[in-house]
Design a protein around this ligand. Structure first.
Ligand SMILES: Nc1ncnc2c1ncn2[C@@H]1O[C@H](COP(=O)(O)OP(=O)(O)OP(=O)(O)O)[C@@H](O)[C@H]1O
Ligand SMILES: [Mg+2]
Length: 444
């Protein structure tokens, strides 16, 4: 048997070969040990499906803890784990096209097989991932897997890769007691089970690159969509993945979202709607989550007009209270999950920016106001951009989204020494030091 010649075909043979290589054992030697002919093993190596008995025997001899048994074809179901797509999905045509283009190139050598959708809290990352995944699910005949990595959520820390692997392996029908396997073995088993299969994986709400890395398939036939509130450049570089930066909706998309959510009858019954809809989009900061919550208020209370809601939202002190349905479905709560993940200095700078009364800032100004070296100020702002809590406008200019500014101002109110803040603000000055001039430097 050409034990050296040719690669093993199929997930079972590939895993068997890996286990043999780890023990430094040739296929021929294993044939002797197992009591099979070299010719039979050669067939297995070339992709002949093994029987359950054969897989069990190999498993025992190589102490593989059931991982080989798990790869016997008949035990593998076809997962269909995608949660429902968002009803009334609007816009994002450019991003959907970008994802379609990646899929079209999937089978080309060197093609990108991972898309990373990044963006601010509540901007619509999961909605986009699910919308596209449903649109293309027929292209993945071996199934679709979905898992919430819990990167940012209310009551628990991010899921460990070990736990996620267990979930994914169960989804693929692994009969192995995955609990007995360490991280490396779980990741190897996942790659084996996905080898030569066409599966779509949606890894939603990732905390960071390290959490995602062990979950990735090795074969060329699977496609992975990751969503995260953090930028994951390291993941994109390591995996040749493509990053999609998801911004807020345009004016037109925002209005379309509201129209879709409210329906023509509700809008026709509200004379204030035609004039007030555009203003409602602005008050919601073009953020899909805020727009959905606003729409829900209007649906729940038929006597509330769009104009009334716009007036409620005009009161800045009250805006985050209005943009809440309950403790969990609330812009404030969702922002707080990201805020908690910032380090002390990043939080302090975010709060400080929010107290300036305008949302644009430079690293130079932050350095002066926060008492940080210029380089350190740049690092902190960069970290806030990576966390999508701040936008980089290019050069040394940054912007804090207005709803995040309101959130951070509330945090400042709770956390900062008000007297200290007041002392930092000159009593009367038309051009205070935290304004920025045309060069992006603090004023005189
Ligand atoms: N393009 C869209 N069309 C219609 N509704 C949308 C769209 N994008 C998002 N939404 C709605 O906005 C809300 C927030 O969207 P989603 O949960 O996808 O945001 P996210 O970016 O994944 O948030 P998080 O950072 O918390 O994970 C949801 O109710 C979703 O249905
Ligand atoms: Mg999400």
């Amino acid at each position: 048997m050409g034990s050296k010649a040719g690669r093993a075909h199929g997930p079972f043979a590939a895993e068997l070969e890996r286990l043999l290589a780890r023990r430094g054992m040739s296929w021929r030697k294993f044939a002797d040990l197992a009591g099979y002919t070299p010719g039979w093993l050669s067939k297995i190596k070339n992709g002949t499906p093994p029987s359950v008995d054969f897989a069990r025997r190999c498993d025992e001899l190589l102490e593989a803890r059931g991982t080989l048994l798990a790869l016997v074809g008949s035990t593998v179901p076809r997962p269909a784990e995608l949660p429902a797509a968002v009803a009334g999905f609007v816009g994002r045509r450019g991003h959907l096209d970008q994802l379609d283009a990646l899929l079209a190139k999937l089978h080309r050598p060197g093609a990108s097989r991972i898309a990373v959708i990044e963006g601010a809290p509540g901007v619509g990352k999961t909605a986009l991932a699910l919308r596209w995944a449903h649109d293309v699910s027929h292209r993945f005949p071996d199934g679709q897997l979905f898992v919430d990595l819990g990167g940012f959520s209310h009551d628990h820390s991010p899921a460990t890769p070990e736990d996620v692997l267990e979930e994914l392996l169960l989804g693929l029908g692994s009969p192995v007691d995955v609990g007995l396997l360490d991280l490396t073995r779980r990741a190897a088993l996942l790659r084996s089970m996905l080898a030569d299969r066409e599966v779509l994986l949606v890894l939603d709400n990732a905390a960071d690159s390290d959490q995602v890395q062990p979950l990735l398939p090795g074969s060329g036939c699977c496609f992975v969509v990751v969503t995260s509130r953090r930028s994951l450049p390291a993941l994109a570089v390591r995996t040749h993945g493509e990053r999609l930066d998801l911004g807020r909706l345009s004016d037109a998309e925002g209005e379309e979202l509201l129209r879709e959510a409210l329906g023509t009858a509700r809008l026709a019954a509200d004379p204030s709607a035609p004039a007030a809809l555009a203003e409602l989009v602005r008050r919601c900061g073009h953020l899909p989550l805020a727009l959905r919550i606003a729409a829900e208020h209007l649906i729940t209370d038929p006597l509330l007009s769009v104009g009334d809601l716009v007036r409620h939202l005009a009161e800045e002190d009250n805006r985050l209270n209005v943009l809440a349905l309950d403790d969990q479905v609330a812009v404030r709560t969702v922002f707080s999950w990201s805020y908690r993940r910032l380090d002390v200095e990043e939080r302090r700078v975010l709060r400080m920016i929010s107290t300036l009364g305008h949302t644009e800032i430079t690293a130079a100004a932050v350095g002066v106001l926060a008492g940080l070296e210029h380089e350190r100020a740049q690092q902190v702002l960069y970290s806030l951009v990576v966390a999508h809590m701040l936008e980089h406008l290019g050069g040394d200019r940054y912007r804090l989204h207005e709803l995040l500014a309101l959130f951070a101002a509330e945090r400042a109110e709770h956390e900062d020494d008000r007297a200290h803040l007041a002392a930092a603000v000159p009593a009367s000055n038309d051009d205070p030091p935290w304004t920025i001039d045309s060069e992006g430097w603090p004023g005189p």
